[in-house]
Design a protein. Structure first.
Length: 225
């Protein structure tokens, strides 16, 4: 895959052949270089969405980014006959010149969803986008710390840049806000396994487990309300 440059973002191949992005501003990758699709499927689908067990699900995603997690959630919802209301928060949305080149649909053998994937990125902020019977996407362009989260949340994809890059998002204040809008039994998953993150989650009431991580990462965290 050819590297594609932009003022802020650069598309790079990861080890499983799927693209990740590099942010020049944050000096960080959006997805693991060891496999973008593999990481998202493992961390957010397997260890969050699959654990919920409801037919009507409300999700929060911290960091819309490439839209890969939303696409995988749509595929899961279609395959399992569920409906997901997907609230995603992003302060720095990608330009069309970048997101139009992300070939996740081809790699996931779901070319029929390519137009839906583009719609996810191009849709208006704070306006629900309904995709078939299985996903209602609501994008919010705002600072995560100031965001007005919905109530009755069943799952949280915590996919911000890492604690070393955005430490202000990985603290008790942030996790307390999320804990307060989550249903009893709801689940939060993240790729991080740092002790400070685990302790911040536990201090606001989460029950936290360390589980095996995706390729290239030994462990990750799953937290329960």
């Amino acid at each position: 895959m050819k590297k594609v440059a932009d003022q802020e973002w650069r598309i790079e191949p990861s080890a499983d052949g799927s693209p990740t992005l590099y942010s020049h501003h944050f000096k960080s990758h959006f997805h693991s270089i060891h496999g973008a699709i593999q990481e998202s499927e493992h961390v957010f689908i397997e260890h969050c969405l699959q654990r919920i067990g409801h037919r009507e699900i409300t999700l929060i995603e911290i960091g819309f980014g490439t839209g890969l997690n939303a696409l995988l959630s749509l595929i899961f919802a279609m395959d399992n006959g569920i409906h997901t209301t997907y609230h995603t928060y992003e302060a720095f949305p990608l330009p069309e010149a970048i997101y139009s080149q992300l070939d996740y649909c081809r790699l996931l053998d779901c070319e029929d969803l390519k137009s839906s994937f583009i719609q996810m990125h191009a849709s208006s902020w704070d306006a629900p986008l309904t995709i078939g019977d299985h996903l209602t996407l609501v994008k919010h362009q705002e600072d995560f710390l100031q965001a007005d989260f919905p109530e009755g949340v069943h799952g949280v994809y915590f996919d911000a840049f890492g604690p070393g890059t955005q430490p202000e998002l990985w603290n008790e204040e942030m996790f307390e806000r999320l804990y307060g809008v989550m249903e009893k039994g709801a689940v939060l998953s993240t790729y991080s396994s740092k002790g400070d993150v685990r302790r911040a989650m536990q201090s606001v009431g989460f029950e936290v487990e360390k589980v095996p991580g995706p390729p290239g990462k030994r462990e990750m965290l799953v937290a329960f309300r």
